[in-house]
Design a protein. Structure first.
Length: 175
């Protein structure tokens, strides 16, 4: 079975140039793929076909918008955690995950010293706003009687996807 490193070695020069363009983010423009095509010296249709091919071959997993919620003023990121009965966690988690206030919802195994098995990320402009949302969700879903806590982010972790090195750059391990 080939790994992603093998797959990246068989990229055409044009595919590599395209990945170098899009790995920094899709342009915030009315016609982003046309702008990418212009930078690549290709047609918009060719860029889209090449991206579809890279997706189909597993070179890239997805193209997605990743808004910077900190820049938008959404700085209170509260991970609400509950200890709910195992036989109820799937149903409660399904209902919880459908809430518009919840951006991520997980079932996780309990660990020694950690009793919680249901996790939901809720964002707010302030801790008070996030806590208010969590309180409303708890009341509406009947979670008030279960042990719970809220963990707030203390620092921003930079998220990024695959990074392709330009062939002209020296070899380095990239995070």
């Amino acid at each position: 079975m080939r790994d992603k490193g093998d797959a990246l070695r068989v990229l055409s020069d044009e595919e590599r140039r395209l990945l170098l363009i899009v790995q920094g983010g899709i342009p915030l423009a009315p016609e982003p793929y046309r702008e990418i095509a212009s930078r690549l010296g290709a047609s918009e249709e060719h860029v889209l076909a090449t991206l579809r091919s890279l997706l189909a071959r597993g070179i890239i997993k997805r193209l997605a918008a990743v808004p910077n919620h900190y820049a938008l003023g959404v700085t209170a990121n509260g991970m609400a955690v509950w200890d709910v009965p195992d036989e109820m966690v799937s149903e409660i988690g399904r209902r919880l995950g459908q809430r518009p206030e919840v951006t991520h919802c997980y079932r996780r195994p309990r660990r020694p010293g950690w009793r919680y098995n249901l996790f939901a990320m809720i964002h707010g402009m302030s801790r008070e706003e996030a806590l208010s949302k969590i309180g409303g969700i708890s009341r509406e879903l009947g979670l008030e009687g279960y042990p719970h806590d809220v963990l707030f982010s203390t620092r921003l972790l930079k998220k990024q996807g695959l990074r392709v090195r330009d062939r002209a750059e020296p070899a380095a391990i990239e995070d």
